[in-house]
Write a protein that binds this ligand. Structure first.
Ligand code: C2E
Ligand code: MG
Ligand code: MG
Length: 575
């Protein structure tokens, strides 16, 4: 390639860059007075050659004048300056971010600009997404915390008060379930708009996720201002939301904490507001509560739950869910565990850990446990009567139930009443329930055995049972506690324990079930160790009766399809 031909190519290439508006070019004199600009430069800034200002500095944002001066100094000293980013002012007074470079050329300064605004816009969009909730476009938790932190930092100088309001929609899940997720999303967007409309511009409304919102009220003069804001918020949210010409009403619970009374840092204030929110929920929802120090909330919740518990059985607030149990290695559905839940009118669905200990203390566990057994047996029999494959139903029993003198007769009565064949019922007892009075327990277990009922030891490995007793317990199943399963692949001690339980169980001719199986690795390990049955979130969480019924129907269809191949039906997808 000759020098000449390269020059002409370069010339051509530069012309293409300027012609396609990728690069704009401007010539000034040595003092920065504009001599001429190309179409690309004029187009980028929205000027014509007539309307273009006289000097470069008129096109440059004031804060970038210093950059220009430095650049010109470099051009004078070295002939060029390294390109740098700056803002230019458009004809319509908006600014555009550009990459700017300059070089000395025949007693003039040639400047080039490259439009960076697209780059900037993408960057800004990404920045925005990192700090905002995608559904409502409200600030997210990160930005909220940042604003709270700033407010606190500012007030340590001026001694101002701020309030954090945590807001949760009551029974949002029901709305989501009945109207569908799209309507749920629209509802959240409307809530966001209404919230924003009723606070000052300087306040922050954020969405923390799901149906939880937070509001930061800065510089209030007394806590009462926060109460007034909470009331105003409740008022706007109390008005009907309209979906497909249908009116939907929402109620909300709000927890309030105030800086500096309740706490002096971000985490503390949010925690206090959350505790207050709990109180609002416990008090039945649809109200607001201030944080009250002294950790009384937990005790209060216990108190409320305790007083609600007795009537809950009569009010039919309990429901039984069923968790599938599947046999290895082919994932054949072989059983279900009945797990009770409390559908609390204001606190939502409560897991057993929140109320079974209370029921045990108050003795209600006996009535509740009987109800669960009766309900689950009825359900199991109903499924069999529908022609669905019969399978074992495991029911949990607490020590107090098992120790009742009338225990055996109650079980017998329930079986008789529900007409369920005893071989489909398995009682789950913990080691500690049995070991309280082992000799009596052995007697009761024998009676159950004679009745044709199966018995499992639940959470095996967490209590203590002497191996000598274990040999004498007429049981059918050992359930390995989920704490061992959790680390079976990681902790060599847990691997050893699980392996030992499986070996022990098999030596005693027992079925071994692993509970709490959550990962493929755990499943693989348990399969290799020869575990018989598994139960856990990897396959399914516990399901409401109608959903479990769908599973049984699915299995029936799969069985019908595979009769010619004689293969076992599978449960769920575990790909
Ligand atoms: P459990 O009998 O050991 O029941 C298994 C628990 O493990 C259930 O919790 C179940 O939802 C949970 N689980 C199942 N798979 C997984 C998993 O993969 N990962 C994790 N992390 N957990 C899993 P749930 O339903 O909260 O029940 C807790 C306990 O409450 C039960 O433990 C049982 O001791 C008691 N319980 C439940 N229903 C009754 C009942 O009707 N009567 C009595 N007395 N106690 C009950
Ligand atoms: Mg259990
Ligand atoms: Mg268990």
């Amino acid at each position: 390639m000759t020098f000449d031909s390269f020059e002409s190519r370069l010339d051509g290439a530069l012309r293409r860059f300027t012609d396609t508006n990728l690069i704009g070019v401007l010539f000034t004199d040595l003092a920065g007075k504009i001599i001429s600009a190309d179409e690309s430069f004029l187009g980028l800034l929205g000027y014509t050659s007539e309307s273009l200002p006289a000097t470069l500095s008129e096109l440059t944002s004031a804060e970038h004048h210093r950059l220009d001066e430095e650049a010109f100094e470099k051009v004078m000293a070295f002939g060029v300056c390294a390109p740098f980013e700056k803002d230019l002012i458009r004809h319509d007074r908006t600014t555009v971010s550009v990459l700017f470079g300059a070089a000395l050329h025949d007693e003039e300064i040639a400047c080039f600009v490259i439009d960076l605004s697209h780059n900037k816009q993408t960057q800004e969009k990404l920045n925005h997404l990192a700090y905002h909730d995608a559904l409502t476009d409200l600030p997210n938790q990160v930005l909220f915390k940042d604003r709270l932190k700033q407010a606190i930092a500012y007030s340590s100088r001026s001694d101002q008060m701020h309030a954090v309001l945590l807001l949760n929609l009551d029974r949002f899940k029901t709305i989501n379930d009945s109207l569908g997720y799209t309507a749920g999303d629209r509802l959240l967007q409307s809530v966001a708009q209404r919230l924003t409309s009723c606070v000052r511009e300087s306040d922050t409304v954020a969405r923390f996720g799901s149906d939880e919102f937070a509001i930061l009220l800065t510089q209030i003069s007394r806590p009462q201002d926060a109460a007034n804001a909470a009331r105003a918020i409740k008022e706007v949210l109390d008005q009907a939301f309209i979906f497909d010409e249908q009116e939907v009403f929402m109620s909300t619970s709000i927890g309030i904490s105030v800086y500096p009374h309740d706490d002096r840092d971000t985490a503390g204030l949010l925690k206090s507001a959350s505790t207050a929110l709990d109180r609002a929920k416990v008090a039945g929802g649809n109200n607001y509560q201030f944080y009250t120090a002294g950790g009384t909330t937990r005790a209060l919740k216990q108190l409320v739950l305790e007083s609600n518990l007795r009537g809950a059985l009569e009010r039919s607030e309990f429901v039984v869910h069923y968790q599938p149990q599947v046999a290895l290695p082919d994932f054949h559905l072989v059983g279900m565990e009945a797990l009770v839940r409390w559908r609390h009118p204001s606190l939502g669905m409560l897991p057993p850990s929140e109320f079974v200990p209370l029921a045990e203390d108050s003795g209600l566990i006996i009535a509740l446990g009987d109800w669960v057994m009766r309900n689950a047996c009825l359900q199991n029999k109903a499924w069999q009567d529908k022609g669905l494959a019969p399978m074992v139903l495991s029911v949990n029993f607490s020590a107090r139930q098992f120790q009742q003198p009338a225990f055996i007769s109650t079980v017998a009565e329930v079986l008789k009443e529900t007409n369920l064949d005893p071989r489909w019922l398995e009682l789950e007892l913990t080691e500690s329930s049995i070991m309280k009075e082992p000799e009596q327990a052995i007697e009761k277990l024998h009676e159950l055995k004679l009745m044709g009922i199966r018995v499992a030891i639940d959470d095996f490995g967490t209590g203590y049972s002497s191996l000598n007793y274990l040999k004498r317990f007429p049981i059918d199943t050992l359930k390995i506690d989920k704490t061992f399963v959790a680390d079976v692949c990681k902790d060599p001690h847990d691997t050893a324990i699980v392996r030992a339980i499986i070996t022990l169980g098999h030596a005693l001719d027992l079925t071994v079930i692993a509970e709490g199986v959550e990962t493929h690795e755990q499943l693989q390990y348990l399969t290799s160790l020869g575990c018989d049955v598994v139960q856990g979130f990897l396959f399914s969480k516990s399901l409401s009766a109608p959903v479990f019924e769908e599973l049984l129907c699915e299995q029936r269809r799969a069985a019908a399809l595979s009769t010619s191949h004689d293969t076992a039906p599978l449960v769920g997808e575990i790909a």
